[in-house]
Design a protein. Structure first.
Length: 98
């Protein structure tokens, strides 16, 4: 299984960027994005930044990854998905019908 990681751009030359997530750094392609600046949060999949993230969304994705790890370890994981507790799932806008 492959997961996209929320990473922060440390430095970039417009073609690739040095990105960081939890102390791990890797160089990724940023060719799919329009010149993201240092400090920007990006979703990285297979060493390619595929989209920009707001800081809040990056934090939610990081928490979800922690929640998956907790679930795999047999630990309580509800606290990692606080944004989903006590609400019904909602479809993204592009999947809603009139």
């Amino acid at each position: 299984m492959c997961l996209g990681l929320p990473m922060t751009i440390v430095e970039t030359d417009g073609i690739s960027a040095l990105c960081e997530f939890r102390g791990e750094q890797r160089r990724v392609s940023v060719l799919l994005l329009s010149h993201p600046p240092a400090g920007a949060h990006v979703l990285v999949y297979i060493d390619t930044a595929i989209r920009l993230l707001e800081k809040e969304e990056a934090c939610l994705i990081a928490a979800a990854i922690d929640g998956l790890g907790a679930a795999l370890d047999g630990n309580d994981f509800d606290c990692f998905f606080a944004d989903l507790i006590d609400r019904e799932p909602q479809l993204p806008a592009h999947l809603l019908t009139d």
